[in-house]
Design a binder for this molecule. Sequence first.
Ligand code: VG1
Ligand code: CO
Length: 539
Amino acid sequence: MIETIKTTPYTDQKMGTAGLRKKTKIAMQENYIENFLQSIFNTIPNLENKSFLVGGDGRFYNSVVIQKIIKIASANNVKKLLIAKDGLVSTPAGSHIILKNHLDGAFVLSASHNPGGIDGDFGIKYATSSGGQCQPDESKAIQEEALKIKEYKISNCQDIDLSKTRTTQCENTIIEIIDPYVDYIKLMESIFDFKKIKELLSSDFRFVFDAMNGVTGPYAKKMFEETLNAPKGTVINATPLEDFGGLHPDPNLIYAKHLVDLMYSESAPDFAAANDGDGDRNMILGKSFFVSPSDCLAILTDNYKLIPAYKNGIYGVAKSAATSMAVKKVADALNLGFYEVPTGWKYFINLMDSNRISFCGEESFGTGASHIREKDGIWATLFWLNIIAEKRQSIKDIALSHWKKYGRNYYLRNDFENIPQNVADKLMEDLENSLPSLINQNFSGYIVSDAYPFIYNDPVDKTSTKNGLVVHFTDGSRIVYRLSGTGTSGATLRTYIERYETNNLLEAPETMLEELSKVSRQISKVTELTGKAKPDIIT
Ligand code: VG1
Ligand code: CO
């Protein structure tokens, strides 16, 4: 039986950089999720011919929302839902499932690297048939529906048991519970040299993979321990937990400190990787060594010939504007196309679909390629393992020889969190207005050569997007400013700072960028406007 329920709009159902992200308690309000789902379905014609994937990163409230999706989709006469067994699917595996099965989209329930639990965050990433998250015009159409919604439709069919793969039905909708792992592992096997990686992982090489109690635990166990011969226990924090066991599942030097401490200790393994809650972010560590995500993209690109799927050549590379210029040096040397896009993986999709790029990355611990339309933490880990299996060098030696060849782009991101929205908006507005007057000014020896808002003109769909403000200096240093689009309380100012060096290659970024960090605060007037003398988080 299908019921039509009267409802009233919520005014805050606007998607950010990656889907709708809210405090869990906000998402748990009456009809909140129902409104949002119905708003999405209202924008999709011919639902009776449409099929979607449903799953998530295992966080609190996912299992409730999956049943809601089943009932609302069925009431809206959706043709078919593929539901990931146990409700677990990583963002990258979800992208592959969409593409492989020619689905019309996916609902991946995740607030990604944000903490989970009733006092944490909840989120929905809505993907389309592209395999990636919906484009800005699509999210705008959904928001417009959400602002005028008056009713939603819901079936009262029984809750569906997700613990076994099988096919069933709710109303006329076919519900297929699928294995979310098997095709993803096959896809990785079609890219990398599993035989070589297996040899490496069967040797005395020691590797740790930290799933941070997020969704990649079962993927990594199947991949590394069951398929690639890594010893049992290689994957740590391997069970997806509703609150990530209290971890903030963001693989960086701060939130994965336990792993960083291990890698900087006497008993450090040779290599470690960590993934975020939904498995699209990665952090790479060697013995007493951290590879910045910007360098990671550059190093992987420089080594593409070592990977079976890429050895015959790749298309170009792309990075978000905020990411360091390291990969540009490689693109120039290897004569590869190079693109700079706004922050958010959705901006890479057209470049991949039109064969302009093969690899792309973001400074926020995201690297990926055109095998799917999301960033991919396990792919990045396997890429490193494949490189190590070929070169038999340490992570540090691989990075150092890269820097000797190309120079090093010292890089840091400074985040100023929980700023009142109006203060943050004013800071950005004033800063944008001041950009022309910065040119030629000397800040402690750093002379501004150019300053402008970053505007991206998509070469495929011709849309234009403004995202962030860029300040260049005569020595090649850069600062990028932008506001986060994934937070759930207050505004976050992100300041991305970069300096290029060809000599001092093994210094600490904090030291090399100390002066420029001060300059970045002077230019943004962040301390005057927010009272914050220092960033809250430095990554
Ligand atoms: C952040 C990152 C951005 C990333 C986005 C989604 O966005 O900076 O690079 O694409 O998160 O990643 P923002 O707007 O807060 O800076 V995920 O792993 O959270 O889906
Ligand atoms: Co993520």
